[in-house]
Design a protein around this ligand. Structure first.
Ligand code: CA
Ligand code: CA
Length: 163
């Protein structure tokens, strides 16, 4: 199922995004099975997805042109102890999310926070790509992911990313 990495020309380098930048949002609940999806009033789209250690999923998308991309932010919630999530793009590390202890007696699951990973900018060829999300560590209660925001140097619309 994975797109061959060698088909995707990927260059690691530092970019300065400027005119024409756009943020593309991926709703996590759109990319996982129903058993993960949680209804949350404060989440984007009023839904998020709940994960525990060892869970993983992919977000597949297609580009029409060479595009520079960077993982801008991850929107998540947590109620209790810390968690770690890894994001890769075509197999290359794209960013990490590490949560910290946060507790509101169960209400914390509906309190969504933005995390800004310090990942690289990647230059992607046109064609198919995938973001793989690996929930590498959680406490007993897990973590919820609401939304990924990707910064691009093209004026992309969500519906142009469909393969
Ligand atoms: Ca947790
Ligand atoms: Ca959402």
């Amino acid at each position: 199922m994975y797109v061959s990495v060698k088909c995707a020309l990927i260059l690691l380098h530092q970019l300065s995004f400027s005119y024409g930048d756009s943020l593309v949002s991926f709703e996590i609940e759109d990319y996982v099975g129903d058993r993960f999806v949680m209804k949350r009033d404060s989440a984007s789209g009023q839904k998020s997805a709940h994960f525990k250690e060892g869970d993983y999923f992919n977000i597949n998308f297609c580009l029409r042109n060479i595009t520079n991309v960077k993982l801008w932010s991850v929107v998540y919630s947590n109620d209790r102890s810390d968690d770690d999530v890894e994001f890769r793009l075509d197999g290359i590390m794209f960013g990490n999310l590490t949560t910290t202890y946060h507790s509101n007696y169960g209400h914390g699951w509906d309190e969504f926070m933005h995390y800004y990973p310090k990942g690289p900018s990647l230059t992607l060829s046109s064609g198919k790509h995938f973001i793989s999300v690996n929930v590498s560590h959680t406490d007993y209660y897990g973590i919820e992911l609401d939304q990924l925001n990707i910064l691009t140097d093209s004026n992309l619309m969500k519906n142009t990313l469909i393969c």
